[in-house]
Ligand binder design. Structure first.
Ligand code: GDP
Ligand code: K
Ligand code: MG
Length: 278
């Protein structure tokens, strides 16, 4: 059992929270093949292990170091994701959030840095956000420990109920058909992976190298998948001005995030940025 994992953008408070939530280290070392620190601890209430993942802005890695989190999702198949989100940078943080919701395992959003958001005059409607994303949201100030008890109790409830997210983006007919085709290919080869075929299909459509390498699909399957992708891009270009499937998928997500943030974040008291807040 690989338990729960903390995942989020860099500098959102993951390690601060890891230190608050865990009592003892189970493992400290490096992720295999890279010089990125790997930390696993035992939760204070003994409910299981917690892994502190390296910070990323998206599951699509731009370097081998950044591939650690995506590889972890494929190979370790964690039962619960704690997505740490910087409340003062909601729009930027939600891109990863959407990819994590698509992963299909239970996700709790730890909405951290609410002190910073407040100081900047940003008010976040957490009830609305929770409703739009179909997931639990726990407000936090990881630096001082505010919200950590609530987070632990939310984690236990979620593990008991095994609430998987029902947040789904509809990417349009062309992409949806490609998702189905790739899911079928993936399903026939990875019968017991326990991973969501839809999530895998999206990662494949986005050319995520960390996920592709970890899956190690056969050349025959890969070649059928390439044909599905080429066909999808051809069809998509008849309707949309897009350079790649990856760009198109990104643009659909970005539009939804902007729509969510337009209602979830009240900026009417927004103060100008200063450099000394964090
Ligand atoms: P990580 O990169 O996600 O592991 O983030 P860290 O836990 O290392 O935190 C990054 C910085 O933000 C550190 O200086 C923390 O003290 C600070 N920090 C973390 N949580 C909060 C918070 O809720 N409020 C404020 N003001 N600072 C925080
Ligand atoms: K850091
Ligand atoms: Mg850290």
């Amino acid at each position: 059992m690989s338990g729960a994992a903390l995942i989020g953008n860099p500098n959102t408070g993951k390690t601060s929270l890891f230190n608050t939530l865990t009592s003892s280290y189970e493992y400290v070392g490096n992720w295999s093949g890279v010089t990125v620190e790997k930390k696993i601890g035992q939760l204070k209430d003994k409910s299981g292990p917690l892994t502190d993942l390296p910070g990323i802005y998206s599951l699509h890695p731009l370097s081998r170091d950044e591939g650690v989190a995506a590889e972890y999702l494929v190979t370790d198949s964690p039962s619960l994701l704690i997505n740490i989100v910087d409340a003062s940078q909601l729009e930027r943080n939600l891109y990863l959030t959407i990819q994590l919701l698509e992963y299909g395992k239970p996700v709790i959003i730890g909405l951290n840095m609410i002190d910073v958001a407040k100081a900047r005059g940003l008010a976040i409607d957490t009830a609305y956000l929770s409703e739009r994303l179909h997931t639990e949201i726990v407000p936090l100030i990881a630096r001082t420990g505010v919200g950590s008890k609530e987070l632990l109790s939310c984690m236990n409830k979620t593990e008991e109920k095994d609430l998987s997210p029902c947040f789904t983006i509809h990417y349009g007919a062309v992409i949806e058909e490609a998702i189905l085709g790739i899911s079928r290919e993936v399903n026939s080869e990875l019968t017991f992976s326990g991973l969501s075929p839809r999530w895998i299909a999206l990662q494949i459509l986005e050319d995520n190298p960390a996920v592709m390498n970890s899956l190690a699909l056969t050349e025959a399957t890969l070649s059928r998948i390439r044909a599905i992708k080429e066909d999808a891009l051809k069809q998509l270009r008849m309707k949309e001005d897009t350079s790649s499937l990856q760009d198109y998928i990104r643009s659909v997500r970005t539009e939804i995030i902007q729509d969510i943030c337009a209602s979830a974040v009240d900026q009417s008291n927004r103060k100008p940025h200063t450099l000394t807040e964090k």
